[in-house]
Design a protein around this ligand. Structure first.
Ligand code: PRX
Length: 632
């Protein structure tokens, strides 16, 4: 078997060579990478694709089971190595180390439980659980028997849960009696029960006891701890076709009905592992921590699959960064000697608001690599992260990708290729990004600006939207035929580094000038009294569109001066054209549970709407909408 190590870039020139090979002969390149994994049967052809249908088939007719690669193969080399390092919500509860051997056993046991509930290959299983090791066990147990997992973030409401269960017609629901989130206890089972009233497809629900509350289960519900006593721990892995579905994951759904993105077994396996090793430069003794929730794609690819496929130690954290206080992340880094820390800009900004003494009282010297994901990172937050967390010695990988892409698409490779504040920098090996102008023509790859598109398939591209292939085609492949269209804008510097300027739908044309809202926010955020901001466009009689900025201040007592200060700062940093007409000081911004600002609502407020904000039930802080309205 070939060794993946031979295909990991360890120097800039190495990256360039590998990149060149991956573009000149993608089939040969990915063939080599795929040969470093265990397959039950080798594929006949590396790639078959058609951007018009659209259809993407990787490793055609190859047979595999991803859990063999995540678990079984490590049992030969290193069975005692810690696979999952679990840090509970309560710092006084003991952390847990689960070896590969133990994880394999637990996965096989739970796979047999699923079988006992009549779950078989192709059936959908909904997982609505806290960030505890059993969540990973559940995910892998599905994959073991070829069931399709659909993890729903355990912060979603019952309506959102029911919509997702029904869309995928899930047969089984896995949940818990409750979950701990900082000082709060969330009554997961009640939310699940509420959802289940409308979910006819669910035949059984298995409930993990996490908080230990005295509840009685309803018919067709059983306890996890009882179920696992009824089965053996031997469970051969199901033979899956490369293109069989591995999972469905719903995107945040900032607009419209949530989209159930479908990922398949072979390509996703190859790409999540390959990007993990290249981007993070993980080495065997490292302790890697991604703070995302497994309810999002980041958790799927870079807590579960990428790390476990690579035989890594992956940390699962149940809690929140603010509990028991804002030093929790830094305590955990010291406690477990974390080497790799991967988080979201929104978390960085929130933590940067607090005294740096909360950071400095911890020993962060184990850190080697920092990462960010999920939204553009503003320069101020990047610098704070670099200086205070990385002590100016850790590379920062700013990873751009999406639920739809399955894995990282643009990023520097830690310590191998150069990072640059606010730039996701270069394409991953095998990825062919381009910038398109409004007419859909490719523009220059240096000092360019436009719509980001990808012109060649990669192994983990989502194959469809569950149950709605037309919608998949319309959203991602119709606007610019022959390309995958992610919906983001980008620019490049004179070295071809990419910077994401924000969603294309957030680009506002003011007096004929194309203005990305992200750089304006960056400018505002440079002000020392600004914590966070959001800029949106709204219709304007003369200019076509005007801009409104919503700004959270560190100290709102100097609000009166701030509006002008901010306008002047934007004028100075970008130009007078980018000056918002209105600057509104707010105490918070409407955010989805994954931390994204719901701009759709801000755009409506800016446009003078007083109601009709659509579904705001998935907001983390729905009350802020009224507050902003009242003060606008
Ligand atoms: O707009 C981009 C932004 O998040 C979108 C994808 O969101 P989601 O599917 O929820 O996946 C998030 C985690 C991979 C993208 O279209 N985004 C993601 N990463 C970055 C980013 N924007 C700028 N810089 C990033 N590093």
């Amino acid at each position: 078997m070939k060794k993946i190590e031979n295909f990991i870039a360890r120097s800039e020139s190495n990256y360039e060579q590998l990149y060149k090979k991956s573009i000149e002969n993608p089939s040969e390149f990915w063939n080599n990478i795929a040969e470093t994994f265990y397959w039950k049967k080798k594929w006949d052809k590396t790639l078959d694709y058609d951007f018009n249908k659209p259809e993407f088939k990787w490793f055609v007719n190859g047979k595999l089971n991803i859990t063999e690669n995540c678990l079984d193969r490590h049992l030969i080399e290193n069975p005692k190595k810690t696979a999952i390092l679990f840090e509970p919500n309560d710092p006084n509860e003991k952390s847990q180390k689960i070896s590969y051997e133990e994880l394999h056993k637990r996965v096989c046991v739970f796979a047999n439980v699923l079988k006992s509930k009549n779950v078989s290959k192709g059936d959908r299983v909904c997982i609505y659980m806290p960030m505890v090791p059993e969540l990973t066990v559940a995910v892998l147990a599905c994959a073991r028997i070829g069931a399709v997992h659909s993890v729903v973030f355990a912060g979603f409401s019952s309506t959102a849960l029911a919509a997702r269960i029904n869309d995928a017609k899930c047969k089984v629901l896995l949940t818990a009696d409750g979950s701990f989130r900082g000082p709060k206890v969330i009554d997961l089972i009640s939310i699940a029960n509420h959802a289940l009233v409308d979910c006819e497809s669910i035949e059984s629900t298995i409930v993990l006891k996490r908080i230990g509350s005295e509840i009685s289960l309803k018919p067709k519900q059983t306890w996890w701890h009882n179920e696992i006593l009824e089965v053996t721990h031997e469970c051969p892995s199901e033979e899956m076709d490369s293109e069989d579905m591995l999972f469905i994951l719903y995107t945040s759904g900032s607009t419209g009905k949530p989209k159930g993105m479908v990922h398949s077994c072979g390509g996703y396996m190859i790409y999540s592992a390959y990007t993990f090793l290249n981007v993070f430069q993980y080495r065997p003794k490292d302790i890697y921590w991604c703070t995302a929730d497994i309810g999002w794609i980041t958790g799927h690819s870079y807590i579960v699959y990428g790390p476990l496929l690579s035989g890594a130690t992956t940390v699962m954290f149940e809690g929140v960064p603010s509990f028991p206080d804002f030093s929790r992340f830094w305590n955990i880094i010291e406690k477990h000697k974390i080497t790799h820390f991967y988080t979201a800009p929104t978390a960085i900004r929130a933590l940067a608001k607090h005294s740096v003494s909360l950071v400095d009282s911890n020993d962060l010297s184990s850190l080697k690599v920092l990462g960010t994901v999920g939204e553009p990172i503003n320069e101020e937050a990047w610098n704070w992260y670099d200086k205070n967390i990385g002590k100016s010695k850790c590379p920062i990988v700013d990873t751009w990708w999406q639920t739809e892409t399955g894995g990282i698409m643009l990023s520097s490779l830690a310590g191998v290729t150069k990072d640059k504040p606010t730039f996701a920098t270069k394409p991953m090996i095998g990825i062919q990004p381009v910038l398109l102008n409004n007419d859909g023509k490719e523009t220059s790859s240096k000092n360019g600006e436009g719509i980001l598109a990808i012109k060649y398939p990669w192994p983990s591209i989502a194959r469809t939207i569950y149950g709605d292939h037309d919608r998949y085609k319309n959203i991602y492949f119709s606007a610019y035929p022959g390309y995958y269209f992610p919906g983001d804008g980008a620019l490049t510097d004179n070295e071809g580094n990419y910077r994401i300027t924000g969603r294309v739908d957030d680009v506002v044309i003011v007096s004929g000038h194309n203005l990305g809202t992200a750089p304006i926010e960056d400018a505002i955020n440079l002000h020392p009294n600004v914590v966070e901001s959001a800029v949106v466009g709204y219709p304007h009689d003369i200019k076509g569109n005007a801009l409104r900025a919503f700004v959270i201040l560190l100290n709102d007592k100097i609000e009166i001066d701030m509006e002008n200060e901010i306008k002047n700062l934007i004028s100075k940093t970008i130009g007078p054209i980018a000056k918002p007409d209105v600057v509104q000081i707010v105490s918070g911004l409407p955010k989805t549970r994954s931390g994204k600002i719901m701009r759709r609502i801000l755009r409506k407020i800016a446009s003078g709407e007083k109601e009709n904000f659509g579904d705001i039930s998935t907001l983390l802080n729905p009350e802020i909408v009224q507050e902003i309205l009242e003060k606008s």
